[in-house]
Design a protein around this ligand. Sequence first.
Ligand SMILES: Cc1cc2nc3c(=O)[nH]c(=O)nc-3n(C[C@H](O)[C@H](O)[C@H](O)COP(=O)(O)OP(=O)(O)OC[C@H]3O[C@@H](n4cnc5c(N)ncnc54)[C@H](O)[C@@H]3O)c2cc1C
Length: 522
Amino acid sequence: MGKRPNVAVIGAGLSGLRCTDILIQNGARVTLFEARNRVGGRVHQTKIHTHLIDMGPNWIHGTGKNPIAAIAEATGTVLEDFEGNQALISPDGKAIDDDTASRISEVLWTTIENAFEYSNIHKDTIPPDRSLLDFIREKVEETDLTTTEKDLCIESSRLWGAYVGDPIERQSLKFFCLEECIDGNNFFVASTYKNILKHVSQAALQRADIRFNQPIVKIESEPRQDLRSPGKVTLTTASGETFQFDEVVVTCPLGWLKRNKQAFTPELPPRLTQAIDSISYGRLEKVYVTFPRAFWHADTTTTTTETSPKYTNFTNPTFAQFLNPTYTSPPKNIIWNQECISLAALPPSCAHPTLLFYTFGPCSTYIVSKLATIPSSTTTTTSSSSSDDESYNLLNTFLHPFYSRLHGYSASSPDCTPLAFTATQWQNDPYAGNGSYCNFQVGLTQGDRDIEVLRAGLGVDRAVWFAGEHTAPFVALGTTTGAYWSGERAAGQICNLYGLGRVGIGLERDDSLPSARAKGLL
Ligand SMILES: Cc1cc2nc3c(=O)[nH]c(=O)nc-3n(C[C@H](O)[C@H](O)[C@H](O)COP(=O)(O)OP(=O)(O)OC[C@H]3O[C@@H](n4cnc5c(N)ncnc54)[C@H](O)[C@@H]3O)c2cc1C
């Protein structure tokens, strides 16, 4: 086309930042509209007490050719291969011994591996209403675990909800293959995503025209005359200003698209609307609670006597899972299993006496809806460090039954009284799409095709491109890596169209289905 395009990117999350970076490197003019007063979107840090914590992602999923892992390394980000002790707490609040816990865990993870393989191979014939839980129940029944262990294993399998943001009875077995990640270990980002975000946002902050606090409410596009002409897209901000661009990249979260289809003129095509409606949006939230001391870790200087059964997972936990807790009174019909990670188990430079609880599905919606009624809590975060405070009391009432089951708890010890809580409220945040990230729920019939339709956006014809975690390559959907790659892809498409360079663009991404690889089709 031989013209330097004038491009708008909507959203300064990882996808928008990466897209902006590539476009600028290849000579496009970029205006970045961001609804908030900061970059990062769902990648965001805050403090609990004096400790820096991530409100959004804190894992890097897979290390095989993962650009986020490479950025972590380049920026001196501390990662932890968190394969630690998993304490399982039984329905009556007691620790389950190490041998039983490891038998249960082995069956569970083997079954999940098998479910991936099964979904990959049989995706086309698995009925849409079959859930991951159905599969796990069936397979666990075939094992030689005792009846009690089988029940505990099923309860333990509910932890998968914290990966996808909704309960496993909602996880589609047919499209479970779309949850498979890049090869390699999952790393916990011990020093937070702060330096990664700083690195990814550098070019945009220095060289793009960034408009903070400028939510876009209208995207009007005219058909491109021919492939050699620039497009014509008009954006309207919430304050009523209008701007015209040659190309627009929309990185608003899937949850935002679901609620704002009317922002597009002309109307979105029916197949794109169907894709936006069909793919679900998860409800993962976090509650951090910090203490004066990590009372749940046994003092390793004291000598232990050899006993059987052993409880080392319980006395030095990295993770704890509370199975079918009968010692709390949850709201009716809401599964109240919980799990947490000990941030005291991180490398010494990053460790602090904090537990990170993950909540999801109806449970997280319940907590977030209660927080929303407390005037002092903001839309994304609730932080509370005073026991007079309503949110402190709400969160303590919620979590006390769980942290008080951990090793070393004593009601009379000041070490066991929380100093502060911080809870996310992504479901109350319209610019996060009122949720966490895309997931694939029972009833979905064409999940892989829907993602391809989302990636195509309005296409070259309308000059409106889509990016964001929901348009990522299949192996990276719902992740920071996927968001980053999706921004790179959208920028690359615009660069191709205008005959710009390909500076900074990584290798061609493998956008194929995992099942294609499983069947040896590639
Ligand atoms: C609780 C939680 C835990 C997670 N854990 C992990 C994890 O461990 N590992 C992992 O890889 N991923 C994780 N994720 C997912 C990861 O955060 C996302 O996949 C990724 O950050 C999405 O980037 P994005 O650019 O697609 O979207 P976003 O980061 O949401 O960026 C979109 C941007 O658009 C802006 N915006 C929205 N609407 C408008 C509008 N109308 N006008 C202008 N601007 C607008 C938003 O403010 C935002 O800045 C987690 C997410 C959550 C919420």
